[in-house]
Write a protein that binds this ligand. Sequence first.
Ligand SMILES: Nc1ncnc2c1ncn2[C@@H]1O[C@H](COP(=O)(O)OP(=O)(O)O)[C@@H](O)[C@H]1O
Ligand SMILES: [Mg+2]
Length: 255
Amino acid sequence: MIEIKNLHKRFDGETVLNGVNLTISDGDTLVIIGKSGCGKTVLLKHLIGLLKPDEGEIRIDGIDITKVRRKKLYEMRKKFGMLFQSGALFDSMTVGENIGLPLREHTRLSDEDIRRVVEEKLRLVGLEQIENLRPAELSGGMKKRVALARALVMEPLYILFDEPTTGVDPVLADKINDLIIEIQKKLKTTSITVTHDIASAFKIGNTFAMLADGKIIFKGTEKELKENRDPRVKEFLKSSGTFRRRFRRINKGKV
Ligand SMILES: Nc1ncnc2c1ncn2[C@@H]1O[C@H](COP(=O)(O)OP(=O)(O)O)[C@@H](O)[C@H]1O
Ligand SMILES: [Mg+2]
């Protein structure tokens, strides 16, 4: 379970998180929505200790990771798999080396065992026999899959997805959403997805939270979100929907 309490973060006088409270129960597939620049990525980075809050706490299975020493923090990080917005594969390494990297850094598995786990995770994301290719030789969709395989390699309890479908075409976005849903079913992990794409959010999430003005202003089901009367929620749903419809029309060559 993850409990975020009264989290505050400022950058050079600009307040980004202004008292975030959010509890994520085991087995949840939570989607955090919110406008571009509202602090979604900043919030995710706090969960794995890449950023330190000015105030507040983050309890991961009871342990406040904002207070622990570096060694303990590294240990806690092993509970998380994270798929960053960019994918962030190392171009100089092969696919196999990319996926195996966390195992090489955090475990004492032999090369043979690492090869076996890499193969297994590749199969999990629907890829085979591409261990020796380099990221430059892969399509956008394959890169996302490889990055996902790497996020899963340590068998994390919690998976964080940062804008998994942003900047990809709608067809690929649907494929990535299907993959996320499949992985969630197979591994029964707890996942937190951050996105400003509302259509994707509804496909992959069972619980929704909205970040605005530095706070979680809503948490609940899809139905509750759609019925919420907060103008910030209504405005977000409206603009996100309009954008997607327009994008589809442009894609079909009608605009
Ligand atoms: N390391 C940083 N230093 C200074 N400002 C930052 C840093 N990281 C994020 N910000 C600022 O915090 C705000 C929220 O950013 P971010 O969490 O990336 O938004 P988003 O919701 O789009 O993911 C932005 O105004 C951004 O410029
Ligand atoms: Mg972001």
